[in-house]
Design a protein around this ligand. Structure first.
Ligand code: SF4
Length: 210
């Protein structure tokens, strides 16, 4: 039994176990998901329903111990909402590492906190959608992968000044789901221009898992 601080509570949107990561570098690997509640960025196409701030979405306060005890898979993905807006994120990460599991965090980069180096960080910037929530500069050096959601194709040019500073870190171009039929051909053209970048599809949606 792993001892964790009983007093810490987490605002949970949802948790689910024993699924596959559908996107980015770890596509196809067995993972558990912890979605923390809340995000102020307001992307119109938000998969998790935070387009309008998520006032009517689940926000269940659950103990850190309870959330960690239900984990099953070798890797846990913490997403949102926006995980980095919660101060308890580092407690959650430490508690998962203490069970011997690996940790990924998916973020828009709008809020910075330092995390243990072993934490895999997926930066999916939304600064082009809402300039009020720019990527905190530390993320461009800290992120282990960059995932750009492609809707118009102009996203790559928008982030190019930052992407040019990266070396040896994978950059994924992922179609925005609701316009995927239009975005996938755009991505193929972008890959011809940027052959080191890679296509990421939301494979969990194609195969019908959470
Ligand atoms: S940053 Fe992510 S969680 Fe927040 S509104 Fe945009 S897509 Fe949704």
């Amino acid at each position: 039994m792993i001892e964790v601080n009983q007093a810490i509570q987490l605002p949970i949107h949802e948790t689910f176990q024993g699924t596959v990561q559908g996107e980015g570098f770890w596509t196809g690997t067995l993972v558990d998901f912890i979605r923390l509640a809340g995000c102020p960025v307001g992307c119109a196409w938000c998969d998790t329903g935070y387009s309008d701030g998520g006032k009517h979405l689940p926000r269940d306060l659950r103990s850190l111990q309870e959330v960690v005890q239900e984990l099953q898979s070798p890797r846990t993905v913490i997403s949102g909402g926006e995980p980095f807006m919660h101060r308890s994120l580092s407690d959650l990460v430490q508690a998962i590492f203490a069970t011997g599991r690996l940790v990924n965090i998916e973020t828009s980069g709008a809020f910075w906190q330092d995390m243990p180096l072993a934490t895999w960080i997926t930066l999916s910037p939304k600064q082009h959608i809402n300039p009020s929530f720019p990527v905190q500069p530390e993320f461009w050096q800290r992120a282990d992968e960059i995932k750009l959601i492609i809707s118009t194709g102009e996203e790559v040019e928008f982030y190019q000044p930052y992407l040019n500073t990266l070396s040896h870190r994978p950059v994924f171009l992922q179609p925005e789901w609701s316009v995927r039929d239009r975005a996938i051909p755009l991505i193929v053209k972008l890959l011809q221009q940027y052959p080191n970048y890679r296509l990421s599809l939301q494979t969990h949606k194609y195969i019908g898992v959470a």
